[in-house]
Design a protein around this ligand. Sequence first.
Ligand SMILES: Cc1cc2nc3c(=O)[nH]c(=O)nc-3n(C[C@H](O)[C@H](O)[C@H](O)COP(=O)(O)OP(=O)(O)OC[C@H]3O[C@@H](n4cnc5c(N)ncnc54)[C@H](O)[C@@H]3O)c2cc1C
Length: 469
Amino acid sequence: MLDSDLVIQLGEIVGSGNVLTSDEDVSHRKHDYWVLSHLQSWVDVFEGRPGAVVSPHSVEEVQAVMRLANETSTAVVPFGLGSGVCGGVRPDQSTLLIDLSSMNQIREIDAFNLTATFDAGVNGLEAEEAVAEHGLTIGHWPQSIALSSVGGWVSTRAAGQFSTAYGNIEDMVYSLDAVLPNGDLVTLGKAPRAAAGPDLRHLLLGAEGTMGIVTGVTLALRKQPEKRQYRVFHTPSLSAGIEAQRQILQAGWLPPVMRQYDERETRRTFKTWSMEGHGLLLLVHEGPEGRVEAEVNAVDALADSCGLIRGDEEAGIHWMENRNHVPTWNELFDRGLVVDTVEVSSSWSQIEDLYNSVIESVSNIPGVVAVSAHSSHAYRTGINLYFSFAAAAEDPMDLEPIYLDCWKHIMEKTAECGGGIAHHHGIGRVRKPYLVHDLGESGLALLRSVKDALDPKGLLNPGNLIPDA
Ligand SMILES: Cc1cc2nc3c(=O)[nH]c(=O)nc-3n(C[C@H](O)[C@H](O)[C@H](O)COP(=O)(O)OP(=O)(O)OC[C@H]3O[C@@H](n4cnc5c(N)ncnc54)[C@H](O)[C@@H]3O)c2cc1C
């Protein structure tokens, strides 16, 4: 429990109505969207809750709260909108949860320089809708756009569905401000590009609440596209579709969306438009009209030369219209199932081995009833895979070990095949034991040194992201 004096002092900073302590009031801030936390709540074994939830309304209040936490050695967990899926938020009773969703002002939209500045807690969809009124777009469309905050995007190094042309969040952050564990405010980034030493924005990008509290973000914008065109192809094999994507990007074309579904996912998601024995590759081209036309023609020719077969563009429109639908975890638990998605990435030359190796090893785990994948983010140098698995058990208490085993297999097979273990959801608690595969022991030691320098008392989001030495 948090000391009652501390709760009073917090109330003096933010107003007593903005400090919540009762079980009922903090129940919606116990954890994020990580399926394991939801499963543990569903089977009634989840015990954690924050000692208090504090809702600041200004940067100065965040600073004062952090200074007080520092003086009293109180752990602090930043919370955006709680859509993280890796267990980045699991505070205990001794912890103060700082709820950034109360900081939700759109500070400025600069249509001349194409930038917009938001408080960290601004809802992603509201941010996009605000710039859309000026004929602009952020171009960052995570499936969770309506469930996540701008500060959360930065803190998890998020990726949107249109990333192939528009980049991931790190490509859009012009500058950010953050409160450090000692309460100091830093503003990082002040021009379109800098050669002013190491880029310190990256201390916060992907830090998942462990290095500082992001309080404001300026994003670079784009004009809304003049034209949009869909293309859909049946892929006779995984390799044919992957090879087409490699050739498209390496030739210099940049369709914002390129998604390739394996046969299982094609049957599940695009049944009406599927072709027996084939997967599906879906592209969205957008931009100035002349460029879209040139790109569509070039991509059609490359797809043809790789043996792909033109499909119905309605499948693309169907994806666009339904792309952000999310089932609740509880609907699945009610059916005795646990389901999760795991995104990884690799070079073009290793990606098929990675796919085959993960599918084979996860299929063999007792209790697993389905495993499949699609790709959704591609680069000149390689591509991601987004695995989905479902496991069933008669006794819901048996779901947790099967679930953790699936993750272990996916992480270890990915690392064995030379892939990166986390494409865009972050590390949290579910991937923490495997971070060594990406960073190595010396990289982990470096990360711990950075954390110790910034946060010597280990106050910010303890237990998240950084494995113990
Ligand atoms: C249905 C669904 C679909 C999703 N689709 C995508 C997708 O397409 N692409 C993608 O990248 N992700 C996706 N996600 C994951 C999630 O939405 C992102 O990770 C998102 O960026 C998290 O934002 P949030 O505001 O909800 O953060 P939270 O869940 O509140 O927090 C996430 C982590 O960041 C920290 N944090 C949050 N805000 C701050 C801050 N202001 N300062 C410091 N630390 C902070 C927290 O401590 C925590 O560790 C999806 C999630 C769901 C549930």
